[in-house]
Design a protein. Structure first.
Length: 79
């Protein structure tokens, strides 16, 4: 079962939408959320882009906005 990373932060309504989409419309993966506010380098990298979806061990990322079909295509290409 692949692991997905959701780069997020508290109070981000778009991040909440992305998490809901991932948990309700997709199956077969585990989701790990990483709060970008925990590291200054992540804030500078992801601050204007969150939510961002990633797969551990790859550099491929999927920026918001995305839907279930976008995520499925992303997983097909990178898993």
């Amino acid at each position: 079962m692949p692991e997905l990373i959701l780069y997020t932060t508290s109070g981000c309504h778009l991040c909440e939408q992305a998490e809901e989409l991932l948990l309700t419309q997709l199956t077969g993966f585990t989701l790990r959320k990483i709060d970008i506010s925990d590291a200054e380098t992540m804030v500078s990298t992801y601050g204007l882009r969150i939510p961002v979806l990633g797969i551990p061990g790859t550099k491929a990322e999927l920026d918001w906005p995305f839907n279930a079909l976008d995520v499925a295509d992303y997983l097909d290409a990178h898993c």
